[in-house]
Design a protein around this ligand. Structure first.
Ligand SMILES: [Zn+2]
Length: 335
């Protein structure tokens, strides 16, 4: 074995380090580093970047032609449809929009509550005032733009009495944040919500001969609520459970909260409870209806996601099939 002589390596090494890096190679290295930084930050901020990107690259879908309506569903103007679920409960649909939102009007004998305020393509207030002379208070299922469309056209607004929303309101006015509203998708600014009433989750609200109870159902967003009608065993469930992809990949969404809400609902709801969702199915114009067995299916998949055992496809969002009406769209690594 030949012993390396002192000084054999150092001149070679120092030549390597003192030789100037060629200009082109330098530019390539800088570009690669910048690109890597963009990818790293972009990946870390994917939830809030996704809506901004969608706003840039996805064209706002135009309204479709009025579809033929199912039995029991009627037009109210050119945009909204009306379906009586019973004499005092009315589903107001928007079958011409991509989101196919459904808001619900619940009548008591002294006042009415409107759950969600439409997607915002047309004013919802004349439709509601055609249906009732009662004073109407509107409470949104959550603060995404497509549930607050006409909210400023109603004189009374209620919000769920949640500590985070209370802290956010200034002088009784709450302006949803970018992440809460996501109006960037349709180039819309968040409204200023003048809160007339704060409804505490669990406390019954009297509409005159009819009670409703706010249930806090986070998962889709932290402030998401459902409205429980104990006499009918109906849960107006907003975006928490509705026959369409359940969006759990948005800013503020959480699979963990989705799962704990499912556990709570299974513990407190009767076996014959019915869910009325906030977005319609694609192949009919009836108000979207689900049952406890759909909640069981959802809970089963949410538990499997927690154990890392759920069937999944896609990269972002990750798509978890639930049953023929439901699938969960989740963030990467969110369990
Ligand atoms: Zn939503």
């Amino acid at each position: 074995m030949t012993r390396a002589r002192r000084g054999d390596c150092s001149p070679t090494l120092s030549r390597h380090f003192t030789r100037p890096i060629p200009r082109t190679l330098g530019l390539v290295i800088v570009l690669v580093l910048v690109l890597a930084a963009i990818i790293t930050v972009g990946f870390a901020k994917r939830r809030t970047l996704a809506p901004r990107l969608a706003a840039l690259v996805v064209e706002r879908p135009a309204p479709v032609a009025p579809p033929p309506l199912d039995r029991g569903v009627e037009w109210s103007g050119e945009w909204y449809t009306v379906q009586h679920l019973d004499e005092v409960t009315i589903a107001i649909g928007e079958p011409r929009s991509e989101g196919r939102n459904v808001s619900y009007l619940l009548l008591g004998s002294s006042r009415a509550v409107l759950f969600d305020a439409g997607e915002g393509w047309a004013d919802l207030s004349p439709v509601v005032h055609d249906l009732t002379d009662l004073p109407v208070i509107v409470i949104p299922s959550h603060l995404h733009y497509d549930h607050l469309g006409s909210i400023e056209n109603f004189s009374a607004i209620a919000l769920p009495d949640l500590p985070a929303l209370r802290a956010q309101a200034r002088g009784g006015v709450l302006v949803p944040t970018f992440d809460q509203f996501l109006g960037v998708v349709v180039n819309r600014q968040p409204p200023a919500l003048h809160v007339a009433e704060w409804w505490k989750p669990g406390d019954p609200v009297d509409l005159g001969g009819r009670e409703v109870v706010v249930r806090h159902t986070p998962g889709h967003t932290p402030e998401s609520i459902s409205l429980w009608d104990p006499a009918r065993r109906w849960l107006f469930s907003g975006d928490y459970i509705t026959p369409r992809p359940l969006f759990a990949f948005l800013p503020g969404s959480s699979i963990g909260e989705y799962r704990s809400t499912a556990r709570t609902l299974m513990a407190v709801l009767p076996g014959d409870a019915v869910f009325w969702g906030a977005h319609d199915e694609l192949d009919d114009t009836l108000a979207p209806q689900l049952t406890i067995s759909d909640l069981h299916d959802l809970a089963r998949v949410l538990e499997a996601i927690g154990r890392g055992e759920a069937e999944v496809s896609g990269f972002f969002p990750r798509v978890y099939p639930v049953n023929d009406q439901l699938e969960i769209w989740a963030d990467i690594g969110d369990r």
